[in-house]
Design a binder for this molecule. Structure first.
Ligand code: NAD
Length: 426
């Protein structure tokens, strides 16, 4: 009989009870169940409080990017990622940038945008005027929701109202501009947006539907720039190659997507390690890349008059030192301690620097020997493990595959079998 995924009251069960059901459904072995039960540094109880329907935790490797110097301060960068070569590449790029004086950064105030959607209006222009006239009253109502944020100097600072044309007629979109200080701010802003909605309905005579933060955080931008000596990069031809690669990404969305993905490899790894919201950062970054109507590169690299490489990146960076999982996840707390940033702004700027470093490493490899050499040797280790290699066999199998330029599980299995036979016959 086909099994049903409709499990009444699943959420009310304990992780152990849920695990028993999943075991039965998916045919898990006792060993697999034991692995899931062994949650290590994130106790099952804690995981069960963080999200719903918990049956275990999902560990990822945590590494540290080295060589980073941002505005003269040295940082160790905690990075959680499943992708080989990301951490090595960031560290390598940070070293080259260090040769040119390190990263320099800036950022705007940590202001997020909360949107309130008003529909069914007789006169959207008139409603817009009514909202703008009542600005102080609306801001007060918003700020009444979060005295703690106010006490840190944050809160709803300003308000906008725009009329947009949609497939369902004109709508009024009211926007709260909220300084979130050291929080990412989604909960804070959403609470405010919900609280002011009745007042906005009363003022406009319309009906409010959505009341939610925007992840396109154009008022919360972080910027990083650097100069890399041509000698550190490997010469004039590499500088030219990176400048050409940058021009390609600026002009072509197909290349820009991968160019930006390279930068996000580093940023997302830090976001994950610190318990921040990587979906929010990804959404913001890619929407920002398309803000002018065509998707483009978030960073730009050019050759300066000395022949050295100059790079700059700018993107929205809604990150927090408090809120979300930042303070509840024990490893995120340690990652934050390693990172040692004192404000969300400093954090955002370091992240921009990490993005620029990651982007530089990928472009340098692409513009010189190609990305596969470095990438494949690390990837080959994963393939070797997948094929069943253990201990010293991992490196032996990986090396052979890279040499043969055949990094595939079937080949890894053959090599492993061959090497095991050889070892057993000794
Ligand atoms: P939060 O509500 O847990 O914490 C923020 C609150 O902490 C503030 O409102 C303030 O009252 C208090 N606070 C204490 N010290 C502060 C300081 N120094 N600076 C600022 N505030 C301080 O979290 P949040 O940051 O409002 O929301 C983040 C969470 O919301 C994340 O988990 C995210 O995944 C989630 N979320 C995201 C979206 C989205 O991005 N679209 C939507 C909904 C929820």
């Amino acid at each position: 009989m086909a099994k049903s995924s409709v499990i009444s009251g699943f959420y009310k069960l304990s992780p152990k009870e849920r695990l028993a059901i999943v075991k039965d459904f998916a045919g898990l072995t006792d060993d697999e169940v034991r692995l899931l039960e062994n949650t290590g540094s994130v106790p099952m109880d804690l995981a069960d409080h963080m999200v719903e329907n918990v049956i275990g935790v999902f560990p990822e490797p945590l590494g540290v990017g080295v060589n980073f110097q941002v505005n003269g301060k040295d940082y160790l960068i905690p990075m959680a990622t499943e992708e080989p070569s990301v951490i090595a590449a960031a560290s390598y790029a940070a070293k080259m940038v260090r040769d040119g004086g390190g990263f320099h950064t800036s950022s705007t105030a940590p202001v997020m945008i909360g949107q309130i959607q008003v529909v069914k209006l007789h006169d959207a222009g008139y409603a817009q005027m009514k909202v703008l006239t009542a600005k102080l009253e609306i801001l007060k109502k918003a700020n009444d929701q979060d005295p703690v944020l106010n006490s840190f100097g944050g809160g709803a600072k300003d308000l906008g109202a725009k009329v947009i044309e949609t497939s369902m007629g004109p709508m009024l979109i009211v926007e709260l501009y909220v300084d979130c200080r050291d929080a990412m701010g989604a909960n804070a802003v959403n609470t405010m947006a919900e609280a002011v909605a009745p007042l906005i309905e009363q003022l406009t005579g319309g009906q409010v539907y959505l009341r939610i933060i925007s992840n396109l955080a154009t008022k919360r931008l972080a910027k990083a720039w650097c100069t890399v000596p041509k000698e550190s990069l490997g010469g004039d031809a590499v500088v030219d190659g990176i400048a050409y690669a940058s021009a390609f990404a600026t002009a072509d969305p197909y290349r820009a997507a991968t160019h930006n993905k390279g930068a996000m490899n580093g940023i997302a790894a830090v976001i994950l390690a610190t318990g921040n919201d990587h979906r929010a950062i990804e959404a913001g970054a890619h929407a920002y890349a398309a803000l002018r109507g065509r998707y483009t590169a978030l960073s730009k690299w050019t050759k300066n008059k000395n022949g050295d490489l100059e790079g700059v990146i700018e993107l929205p960076m809604a990150v927090g030192l408090i809120g979300g999982a930042v303070k509840t996840h024990p490893i995120a707390r340690i990652a934050m301690k390693i990172l040692n940033v004192k404000s969300a702004n400093e954090f955002a700027e370091v992240l921009a620097a990490v993005g620029l470093a990651q982007n530089l490493a990928a472009l340098r490899a692409l513009a010189s020997e190609g990305i596969q050499r470095g990438h494949m040797s690390l990837h080959a280790r994963n393939i070797a493990v997948t094929a069943g290699a253990k201990d010293e066999m991992v490196d032996l199998v990986a090396e052979r595959m890279v040499k043969e330029r055949k990094v595939r599980v079937d080949r890894a299995k053959e090599i492993l079998e061959e090497l095991t036979k050889k070892r057993n016959s000794l």
